[in-house]
Unconditional design. Structure first.
Length: 213
């Protein structure tokens, strides 16, 4: 089923309930921390699809990183600015970044490219590469099919089932092809099972990759 709304419009509708219903930040904490150990204080980081800005704030306050948070949901950005005023939060589409070449040391894309269509993945990753410094790092958290019957499409939000989000599913092999083509090399790959009560019913796939040059 398709909602008729864009991803950002759906998230605008979900914004009031999002913070109290999303548990993935805690479930993913060990994978996020694993990535953050590769970064040095003072590194410039893009949080690409930052939601309420919670993780952007944590990266900046607890890890000493210089974070710019972007999201295409106007309500999320307003919430992020209110909750985390010390983080620079901008309304921006991850498919159309407004930053100079080699601007960031790292990109943190937490369940964001999962909402892109197949024909948008490579160009988005290529643009990520452009704004990254040589040997820059990227973190991707993705949704991966549990079995061959699961396909990309519109799925109901667990805590608000009358709202549907487009979810693109990736296997490790598929994302490796995209990343390699965009000029990245995978450093690590981790997975965990979903929390069916709070999450979409897919395997969670965590990728850390480095830009080749």
């Amino acid at each position: 089923m398709k909602s008729g709304l864009s991803t950002s419009e759906v998230y605008d509708k979900l914004s009031k309930d999002y913070k109290n219903n999303i548990k993935s930040d805690k479930l993913d904490h060990r994978f996020i921390e694993k990535f953050l150990t590769l970064l040095k204080p003072g590194f410039r980081v893009l949080d690409a699809g930052s939601g309420t800005g919670y993780l952007a704030n944590e990266m900046q306050e607890l890890h000493g990183l210089k974070v710019i948070a972007i999201d295409n949901s106007e309500k999320f950005i307003k919430m992020a600015k209110r909750l985390h005023p010390n983080v620079k939060s901008l309304k921006m589409d991850i498919r159309n970044l407004k930053f100079g070449q080699s601007y960031f040391n790292a990109i943190f894309a937490n369940y964001s490219i999962i909402h892109l269509n197949e024909n948008e993945i490579f160009s988005t990753l290529k643009n990520f590469s452009k704004v990254l410094k040589p040997k820059g790092l990227i973190y991707l958290s993705l949704q991966s099919p549990i079995n061959s019957k699961q396909k990309e499409g519109y799925y109901p939000v667990v805590y608000k089932k009358n709202n549907f989000l487009f979810i693109n599913l990736f296997t490790e092999e598929e994302i490796n092809i995209y990343l390699k083509k965009a000029g990245f090399r995978i450093l690590s790959c981790d997975t965990r099972k979903p929390d069916i009560k709070t999450e979409f019913p897919f395997i969670k796939l965590f990728i850390t990759a480095r830009k080749n040059s």
